[in-house]
Ligand binder design. Structure first.
Ligand SMILES: CC(C)(COP(=O)(O)OP(=O)(O)OC[C@H]1O[C@@H](n2cnc3c(N)ncnc32)[C@H](O)[C@@H]1OP(=O)(O)O)[C@@H](O)C(=O)NCCC(=O)NCCS
Length: 181
């Protein structure tokens, strides 16, 4: 199954030992500040992990566990997925990350993204990759801009899985096109 490597990290399928640390990340109010529903139970994290592994074996790509080489710590999850039905347009691939608070602002999302985008261009032959987040998630928007994504004009959308009136419902869409390789 898929394993990707960067200078500091390994991106790999989920293992049972990831369940407890990833549940802790998904139960942190700061990490989940821009998500709906806000916090996940351990059972919900387990479902997410099982679903991610199923998609990885079916599709050959997906949402991966991110382990730090230096100490084996699970720092979070990230990868390429198929956008949900709530996302407008006909885009085949999205990139996303969710990292534990202790690992923020150390360039990990940038490092992960470079590796995943390289995989998308070279191994999947993708023409473009999108990213999206709630309009108010400025860290995520800036992280997308840092890796060269641009906001798609007139592509804002409401995430219909978030109730009307909730501040997390309005979403913005970013994209990056395959560079000349
Ligand atoms: C968004 C997230 C993945 C960024 O990860 P990260 O490893 O800290 O990002 P990087 O260190 O690679 O930083 C990349 C850029 O993102 C921006 N950024 C990251 N965190 C930020 C913050 N808290 N506030 C403002 N900008 C931020 C900066 O522009 C940064 O570049 P710089 O450090 O040179 O200024 C991380 O904050 C996270 O997991 N948040 C919770 C989950 C989440 O919201 N995921 C996205 C859902 S779509």
């Amino acid at each position: 199954m898929l394993n990707l490597e960067t200078s500091r990290l390994v991106l790999r399928p989920w293992q049972d030992r990831d369940r407890v640390p990833f549940a802790a990340i998904n139960a942190d109010e700061e990490v989940r500040r821009y998500y709906y529903p806000r916090l996940l139970t351990s059972a919900e994290t387990d479902e997410l992990i099982d679903d991610a592994n199923e998609r990885l074996s079916r599709d050959g790509f997906g949402f991966l566990a991110v382990e730090r080489k230096a100490d084996g710590a699970l720092i979070g999850g990230a990868g390429l997925s198929r956008p949900g039905a709530e996302v407008p347009g006909d885009f085949p691939l999205e990139i996303g990350w969710i990292l534990g608070r202790a690992y923020w602002r150390q360039g990990y999302a940038t490092e992960i993204s470079r590796c995943c985008l390289d995989f998308a261009w070279r191994r999947l032959g993708a023409e473009c990759v999108i990213g999206y987040t709630s309009e108010i998630n400025l860290p995520s928007r800036q992280a997308m801009e840092k890796i060269g994504m641009s906001r798609v004009e007139r592509a804002d959308f409401d995430d219909v899985t978030v109730p009307p009136g909730n501040i997390l419902r309005p979403h913005v869409l970013y994209r990056i096109d395959r560079p000349a390789l």
